[in-house]
Write a protein that binds this ligand. Structure first.
Ligand SMILES: CCCCCCCCCCCCC/C=C/C(=O)SCCNC(=O)CCNC(=O)[C@H](O)C(C)(C)COP(=O)(O)OP(=O)(O)OC[C@H]1O[C@@H](n2cnc3c(N)ncnc32)[C@H](O)[C@@H]1OP(=O)(O)O
Length: 310
């Protein structure tokens, strides 16, 4: 299955009759392929890999060779240093074990990830802020710069850092009635350029600029309509199946050629990021230490708690 051949029927209708019949044909082949993969994914024995991690698990499907990396930090997978480090360890392990692809998902029932753990940035010292931001950078680059096929099965809300992880992947499938986006401006903060790269990869510049300046959180349906997510699934299981089908679409492609091609698309963003990463840590520390930002964080945390008690 070629990626370029994944044309939904609604787009196929706008094509010439020749294009349409070829698209429908490839669409049917795609569906057949994905149904086959689903059968394999369901039936395939799963192997838990030996990750020495506390907050992530890795399961490899022996039949498909696809690894599922699950974040498991209740209640909302907020990204503390431990989770960010565990993500990196698991990604490295999946790469070293020559899995055919990586699916990122969450063990929570309604949240993919709530983004950075605000507690880790509140009332703390510069050294801790340095570690938090460096580990966020490291986790992002491990995922964004991986040559493996990557997909996110977004089985719940994905604000801020949650959206960052999802958009570092090549493909996104999301369950209904959730929200995803980079809401930084709503919080009175500015996301640095590298943090927007995944978002800018998948959205037209104009849509991305508006969403980022508004701090917009898209519903699942809205995210699908603008292309922030590629498919909607009715359940986590279906999302995992659709992600497997996406990764399976590379079955007949040379993996080295595929990986290098992917990295060529991402090289400029990665180079820019490497150039500024030290300075970016210093900027973050300066911003997060500001008394008014600290005050806002305290208020934000209080409001989250109050909302939780309602
Ligand atoms: C103003 C603060 C900003 C920080 C500024 C830092 C400096 C600048 C940096 C610049 C760039 C930043 C890049 C990335 C930033 C981030 O990722 S910041 C985090 C942004 N995340 C959010 O705004 C999401 C907040 N959470 C929610 O909206 C909801 O929790 C949810 C994800 C939609 C889930 O809802 P629900 O299932 O109803 O759960 P809740 O009841 O709301 O939450 C359960 C408990 O979890 C706590 N919690 C939620 N999110 C966080 C979090 N991000 N960090 C820490 N804790 C969180 C929540 O308080 C509840 O706690 P208890 O009441 O104690 O159970």
């Amino acid at each position: 299955m070629k990626l370029s051949s994944r044309i939904p029927f609604r787009l196929a209708l706008k094509q010439t009759p020749e294009q349409r019949s070829s698209s429908i044909d490839t669409y049917q082949r795609t569906m057949l392929h994905s149904n086959l993969l689903r059968l394999v994914a369901r039936g395939g024995p799963k192997r838990l890999m030996s990750t020495a991690t506390k907050l992530t698990t890795v399961e490899v499907n022996d039949k498909t060779g696809i690894a599922t990396l699950t974040m498991n930090r209740p209640p909302v997978n907020s990204q503390n240093v431990q989770l960010l480090e565990d993500l990196q360890k698991s990604i490295t392990e999946i790469e070293n074990n020559k899995s055919r692809g990586l699916i990122l998902t969450s063990a929570m029932s309604n949240v993919f990830s709530a983004g950075l753990d605000i507690h880790e940035m509140y009332n703390t010292n510069e050294e801790r802020l340095r570690i938090v931001w460096t580990e966020l950078q490291n986790a992002w680059i491990a995922l964004y710069g991986s040559s493996l096929p990557t997909a996110a099965a977004i089985n719940g809300h994905a604000p801020a850092g949650g959206c960052l992880l999802a958009t570092a992947c090549e493909y996104r499938v999301m369950v209904p009635n959730c929200r995803i986006g980079l809401n930084e401006t709503q919080l009175g903060i500015i996301a640095p350029k590298w943090l927007m790269s995944g978002f800018l990869n998948v959205l037209p510049k104009r849509v991305a600029e508006r969403a980022l300046t508004q701090g917009r959180m898209f519903t699942t349906q809205e995210a699908f309509e603008v292309g922030l997510v590629d498919e909607i699934a009715n359940s986590k299981e279906e999302a995992l199946e659709k992600c497997s089908a996406f990764i399976g679409s590379f079955a007949k492609v040379n993996s080295l050629a595929r990986g290098l091609t992917k990295l060529q698309f991402r090289a400029e963003n990665i180079k820019e990021f490497e150039k500024i990463r030290e300075k970016d840590v210093a900027n973050f520390i300066a911003l997060a230490s500001r008394p008014e930002i600290q005050k806002d964080m305290g208020i934000y945390l209080e409001n989250l708690k109050k909302k939780g008690k309602k």
